[in-house]
Design a protein around this ligand. Structure first.
Ligand SMILES: Nc1ncnc2c1ncn2[C@@H]1O[C@H](COP(=O)(O)OP(=O)(O)O)[C@@H](O)[C@H]1O
Ligand SMILES: [Mg+2]
Length: 382
């Protein structure tokens, strides 16, 4: 409330306004994060707010300044808002990390906590080269375009290709123990390739891989994600098992080509869900046909693979595993991937892009299972 006598804004009211301002990356109120350094109120109604940024050159500085200005401007009696920026000390950053993370020895994976609203999809395939990464980045880009908050973990340790396909060249920034993921097209991206120099192969074995994946999931500052997509290596190896342990709620999306030989191995990759008690969301058939200039379809890799996997997994898992879509072969898919701009954005009208967008649409409107979720509603008795 403004001071009744002088009309200057009240400190309490300014603080209350600041408490409504969220840090854009951490999604918690600035005061809670120790990011408000000082507030000064002048007699003429000017309010000066000093804000601590987590790191110098924080890419969110303008957003934070704008949010603070907007919130404080609304306080009665405020005539002007000035925002000053400072940078946290190491000690303050460590304190912030404790605030956000707690003191737990093991970093916590937010997506596997009860009540997490993030839908986690692990994109799996039997063999490599079927378009798993292409599908992953295009689904991610399409979902982000729809306004969802999306993250991608490139967990294909030997064949990591997601950063290139999304045109991400930045390395993650590190704040204390936390890793800030680079973004492209509104998608936050972390890849094992970002942590290895040049094009060096990763020669990690099970336990190291497990630890690396745990870090990707727990130490990376994802913020509140609606969807997390994981690009798994082909097959049913260590990574798939680690993901099942680290993210038991991850649901599997199987990518296959129409070829029956590919379908058989894809089915195996999906059937791992019986052992890990995961759900298979559905099957995506890629490279389904090539449209010829006369409009006819050439089935380069045969036909029926997607449906075969869908039927077989439905039988094995005892729950319906639908064929979510068929994506035609199209040179634009590859070109867009090479250029670092997913085809759903670069050539949204192409049939391949439309097929991928339709799958993304289906995933976006899909409700998560409600078991074990707190609805945050108070029942009303009639
Ligand atoms: N529908 C498609 N049409 C044309 N090329 C495609 C299509 N899907 C994938 N590709 C290309 O095929 C190659 C393998 O795809 P990729 O997504 O890397 O497969 P994976 O991740 O399964 O190994 C890439 O060069 C990619 O650009
Ligand atoms: Mg790949």
């Amino acid at each position: 409330m403004p001071d009744q006598l002088t009309g200057t804004p009240a400190l309490d009211a300014v603080n209350a306004a600041l408490a409504t301002v969220q840090d854009p990356e951490i999604n918690r109120p600035l005061p809670e994060l120790g990011m408000v350094k000082d507030v000064q109120i002048e007699a003429d109604g000017t309010v000066r707010v000093e804000v601590y940024l987590t790191v110098a050159g924080c890419p969110m500085r303008q957003t934070i300044t704008d949010r603070v200005t907007e919130a404080v401007s609304g306080v009665p009696g405020v005539t002007a808002v000035q925002v000053g920026l400072d940078v946290m000390s190491d000690e303050q950053r460590a304190e912030l990390r404790r605030t956000v993370r707690g003191d737990a020895a093991d970093p916590v994976i937010p997506f596997s906590q009860p009540g997490s609203l993030t839908r986690v999809y692990a994109v799996a395939s039997g063999k490599g080269g079927v378009g798993k990464s292409s599908v992953t980045v295009n689904l991610a880009a399409a979902l982000a375009k729809r306004g969802l908050s999306v993250g991608v973990v490139d967990a294909d340790i030997y064949g990591h290709s997601v950063p290139r396909m999304l045109g991400v060249e930045d390395k993650p920034t590190q704040v204390d123990n936390m890793i800030m993921p680079p973004q492209a097209f509104g998608v936050k991206v972390i890849s094992i390739g970002m942590f290895t120099p040049g094009n060096t192969p990763v020669v990690w074995r099970g336990p190291m891989l497990h630890r690396a994946l745990q870090q990707f999931l727990a130490d990376v500052w994802w913020g509140d994600l609606d969807v997390l997509l994981l690009d798994l290596p082909p097959g049913t190896g260590d990574v798939a098992i680690s993901i099942a342990q680290l993210l038991p709620n991850a649901e599997i999306l199987v990518v296959t080509t129409p070829q029956l030989a590919a379908a058989e191995v894809a089915e195996r990759a999906g059937a791992i869900a019986t052992q890990t008690h995961q759900q298979v969301v559905g099957v995506i058939e890629n490279m389904s046909w090539l449209e010829l200039p006369d409009g006819s379809r050439m089935e380069v890799f045969g036909s029926g693979g997607g449906q075969t996997v869908s039927d077989a997994l439905t039988r094995t898992l005892g729950a319906r595993v639908p064929l979510l879509g068929q994506i035609p072969l199209d040179t634009r898919v590859r070109e867009a991937g090479d250029a670092g701009a997913p085809v759903v954005l670069a050539e949204p009208g192409s049939p391949a892009a439309q097929a991928m967008s339709a799958v993304a649409e289906g995933l976006a409107v899909r409700q998560r299972g409600l078991s074990g979720m707190s609805l945050g509603l108070t029942p009303v008795r009639h």
